[in-house]
Design a protein around this ligand. Structure first.
Ligand SMILES: Cc1cc2nc3c(=O)[nH]c(=O)nc-3n(C[C@H](O)[C@H](O)[C@H](O)COP(=O)(O)O)c2cc1C
Length: 104
């Protein structure tokens, strides 16, 4: 899922971050508004999601995740393949990358 999402995001000039802990995903996406709208529609149509909720949306001065088509923070045990752009969460369930997302 992540590699597909990264390829699609790169093609749409979307960057961002995905946090997965306690069976909940929290995602930040940034990019051109048409791309954001298109991905937002796709996310809502994806039946793997339920209770999808928009926390915030608006213009930004600069990207926070310029280097990542989708950085991913989660439990260290999920990083079996040493994937680039993976950030293991600490005991509090957070990473610096995830905190950046929280300040949107
Ligand atoms: C938690 C979660 C996060 C996702 N994030 C992305 C993403 O960042 N980019 C993306 O293209 N698809 C992402 N997907 C997959 C999309 O929901 C969707 O399946 C994909 O964009 C293909 O949509 P389409 O059939 O409308 O083209 C994510 C799926 C899940 C479950």
């Amino acid at each position: 899922m992540l590699s597909e999402a990264r390829a699609k995001n790169a093609a749409m000039h979307i960057t961002g971050h995905l946090l997965y802990t306690k069976e909940v995903f929290v995602q930040c996406i940034e990019g051109p508004s048409e791309s954001i709208e298109s991905l937002w529609q796709s996310l809502q149509k994806d039946t793997r999601h339920y209770d999808i909720e928009l926390l915030a949306r608006g213009p930004i001065d600069a990207r926070k995740f310029n280097d990542w088509s989708m950085a991913f923070s989660s439990y260290p045990s999920l990083n079996r393949y040493n994937m680039p752009g993976f950030f293991p969460v600490d005991e509090s369930g957070m990473t610096q990358a995830a905190e950046q997302c929280a300040t949107v």
